[in-house]
Ligand binder design. Sequence first.
Ligand code: DGL
Length: 279
Amino acid sequence: MASGAPLGVFDSGVGGLSILAQLRRELPHEDILYLGDTAHVPYGARPDEEIRALTDRAITALHRLGVKAVVNACNTSSAFSLDHLRSRFSIPIIGLVPAVKPAVQATRTGVVGVLATPGTLRGTLLADVIAQWADPAGVQVLKAVSTELVPLVEAGQAGSARTREVLRAILRPVADAGADQLVLGCTHYPFLAGSIHAEFGDQFTLVDSGAAVARHTRNTLDRAGLLHDQPTPGQTTYLVTGDPDAARPVIATLTAPSGHNGNKSTRAAPPLRIEPITT
Ligand code: DGL
């Protein structure tokens, strides 16, 4: 496999853009094919087997396009697919698991919350990291679940009144139990940071796995001799299984410098390359 081949990034929809932002910081020279399965999002409430099958179709599509590695930028998909994917494809597959370890290391109250989809909460990856890090440290992990938040982010409503209402209802018990760390166990949720802060102020430190996954991806590519050392900035192409025109404004908002981190940029953004794909 040539180091000049693109890196594949996959999510059920636009959530993986929160991981893409970190990958771009860590790997500015890589060409990236981002595949969002927007025709089938959300995955979170689907049966395990269906999540595995949809993921398989998406990664097969990226593999056919010649990617050198895949970042499975979806906690729900990772929870049911990593072993299967690694047995099927010889390229590196980097998966996600909610960032329980840093939250356990940082908590002062001994209580951490994990906000995730139903699929991620019932998968074994989360149970494994709780058993490995939280249980031995005597840290209590409180799970908060929603099937509504992912569709709200997909609809471009991360900051809406309805989103804040949902967050208020599901996170109030976690706040009342004294949690000081909140693990964002779904890649859509970093886009909710503004709404969570608006509702809960400084009650929680928000913890996600984006920066760690980006570092891990760089190390994985480096070890495999697959880092791209072209001098020019890498290109990003967005492939969506749903309607590209519907995805465009949401992708534009979530990838704009002001969309995620609150910084305003005066530079004009280059046009987005968004194309349809069938998986
Ligand atoms: N971004 C996905 C995750 O990290 C969302 C899953 C869904 O589609 O429900 O879990």
